[in-house]
Structures are given as C-alpha cells and as structure tokens.
Write a protein that binds this ligand. Structure first.
Ligand SMILES: Nc1ncnc2c1ncn2[C@@H]1O[C@H](COP(=O)(O)OP(=O)(O)OP(=O)(O)O)[C@@H](O)[C@H]1O
Ligand SMILES: [Mg+2]
Length: 326
C-alpha cells in the first residue's frame, strides 16, 4: 500500500496550499503571464485552462523553478517558492550595518582608546562587509527544481520527458531521489542504509506501477513503452517523490476516449491519497468532470475562475476559449 507523508498536518481543512500573487513572466517583449493571482486550497483538484499560448505551461515552469519570474511571487504552504528582489531584501543587512557601526565605535572608544574617527572608519568597513555577506546569503529568487521537489511539489510535462535510455525501474527510482539519504560513501561501501533504501525503492516502484495501472516489465526501456504507458510512467515517477501537490500538464493529450476515462480514475485515486492536484487540460469533459475549481487564462491574463459550471457559462470564457457550442 502506498503511504504518503502528511505534510498538511499543521493546516486546517480549508487552508491555502498554493498562493500566487501578481506573478508575471516576460520573454523579451512577450508577456507570457501578466500579474496572475489565485489560490489553491488543500485537497482540491484545480484545472488551469485557456487557448494555446495562454501561459499555462509557463506557470508550471515558474512554480517548479525551471524559470524565474519577472515579477510577483508564489508561496507553497507558506514558504516562498519564487520571489523577486525587492527593497526589503536589502533592509536586514542595512539595519545590522547601522547597529554594528554604533556598537563597534562605542567598543573601540571604550576599550581600545583609539580616536573616534579611526574607530568609526574601522567599524563601517566591518559593517559594509557584513552587509555584502548578508545580501549574498539571502535566498535566491526562485528555488531550484530539486528544492521545489523536496518541498513536496511534483510535475509531469506537456511533452513527455522520460529518461528514454533508462529502464522503467530506474525512471521511478530517479523520482525517489528526494526520499533517499544514501550518498557517495554509501554507494562505494554498499552500506546497510544503501541496501535498505534499494530494497524500499524496489518495493515502492512495484506499488507505484500497480497504482498507475502499468503492466510492463521493470527492466523494459522507457522508450519502448506505448505513448499512454509513457504518460503513466511519468505520473509514477512524479508520485515517487511523495508529493503533497502534483501538477499535470495535459496528461490526456493524445489518449483515446477509453484511456482518458482511465486517466480520470487515476487522477481521482491520486487525489484520494491526499494529494492536491493542478491540471492543465484541453479536454473539457475531463476538466468539467473532475475539477473542484477552474482558472482560465487568455494571453497571460486570468479572465475567470470559479466552479466548472460558473466558468462554462462565463461569456468571456465562451468567447475566448470554449466557443458557443459548449
Ligand atoms: N522559453 C520561452 N521563450 C520565449 N517564449 C516563450 C518561452 N516559453 C513560452 N513562450 C511563449 O509564451 C507564451 C505562453 O506559452 P505557454 O507554453 O505557457 O502556453 P500554453 O498556455 O501552455 O499553451 P499550449 O496550450 O499550447 O500548451 C507563448 O506565446 C509562447 O510562445
Ligand atoms: Mg502548454
């Protein structure tokens, strides 16, 4: 049985898991995303929809640390995932500078007997050095993708990104990277920890293959799987990181109607594990059938959000995306 860690423990039922605030991304002159703001609550299945080029995948890339935002920020369970440099980031080092300068001058005058201006110059130099170090030590503007994964966010890609020359098993084990502690030393000396983690990885990979409904050999090459199976393997790899929040970029693309129904069941099962789901999807049957909440983008702007019924009947959404037939 698959067991997922309960990272939500400190959250009440309706708490916000993902907080997006004024998020923008410009590629040279092109505004791919413009001041996007919305929240996702714990345990929701949320769909992000919109016409081609609306900025949906760009949003996934921002949240998972593949690209950095031009402006705005994203918080996951209260922790910043992306953050643009603002004046506030300079403030703590400057306050420390001022305090250090005053203390340094006082100490130098009292204990060392120097003249007040040589002491001040010395302590200003120390304080400036402290400011620079303080600034350099501040967190980067975006977490790296592996740091995002360690926070409990996993994703799949619009175009399948498997390690094609690796086996099904190895593809899943790569996904477990954030769950293992063995390092170089453990591998060289094949320590008990390494052996235990290998055993656990093997067991869990088997469970994950069952869970996503993949009936293929462990040692088959990922590239030799059918398209639908490759999509499932990508989902299994994403789940191997034991996420709290999973982002699926057009998982039903290229699937036939039967495969799509099975995929919807799988998304429900993922949700039942306690994982919050954000889905990009063009298939409106999937979106309307599965979502608790829908966010609609057009040309990088949010044009609507609400329940599937509200969004389906929104005149702006009909005009920009759904068309009158829906
Ligand atoms: N790395 C990049 N460099 C330059 N432009 C980019 C880059 N990535 C995306 N874009 C542009 O940003 C816009 C939004 O692209 P994005 O891939 O986010 O759209 P999308 O909503 O996912 O579309 P689709 O439904 O076709 O997948 C598009 O105009 C795209 O050409
Ligand atoms: Mg896309």
């Amino acid at each position: 049985m698959l067991i997922f860690p309960n990272r939500y423990r400190r959250f009440a039922l309706d708490d916000v898991v993902l907080e997006v605030n004024g998020l923008s991304k410009h590629f040279e002159g092109l505004v791919a995303l413009n001041a996007l703001s919305f929240n996702i609550n714990k345990g929701q299945i949320v769909s992000l929809i919109g016409p081609n080029g609306a900025g949906k995948t760009t949003f996934f890339n921002l949240v998972t640390g593949l690209i950095k935002p031009t402006e705005g920020n994203v918080k996951f369970m209260g922790r910043p995932v992306t953050r643009t440099r603002g004046r506030v980031r300079w403030l703590p080092p400057f306050i420390i500078t001022a305090v250090l300068t005053i203390i340094g001058t006082a100490v130098a005058l009292a204990c060392l007997g120097g003249t007040w201006y040589t002491c001040t110059l010395g302590s200003v130099a120390v304080a400036i050095a402290f400011t620079v170090v303080g600034y350099l030590r501040l967190p980067p503007t975006s977490l790296r993708p592996d740091q995002v994964a360690a926070l409990g966010i996993s994703r799949t890609f619009q175009t399948i990104h498997l390690f094609n020359q690796m086996s099904v098993l190895d593809n899943i084990l790569v996904g477990r990277y954030t769950q293992t502690r063995s390092g170089f030393f453990d591998s060289i000396f094949s320590t008990p920890r390494k052996k235990r983690e290998e055993r656990e990885g093997f067991q869990e990979a088997k469970q994950l293959l069952d869970f996503v409904g993949l009936k293929v050999g462990f040692l088959e090459n990922a590239a030799s799987l059918s398209y639908g199976d490759q999509r499932r393997l990508e989902i299994a790899r994403a789940l191997a990181a034991k996420p709290t929040f999973i982002l699926l970029d057009e998982p039903a693309a290229g699937m036939n109607p039967i495969e799509t129904i099975h995929l919807m069941e799988l998304i429900h099962n993922i949700h039942d594990l306690g994982i919050t789901v954000l889905l990009i999807e063009h298939d409106m049957k999937v979106v309307m059938g599965i979502s608790d909440h829908v966010v609609v983008l057009d040309h990088g702007e949010k044009i609507a959000e609400g329940s599937p019924a509200e969004v389906r009947n929104n005149p702006r959404v009909i005009e920009a995306y759904l068309g009158a037939a829906n």
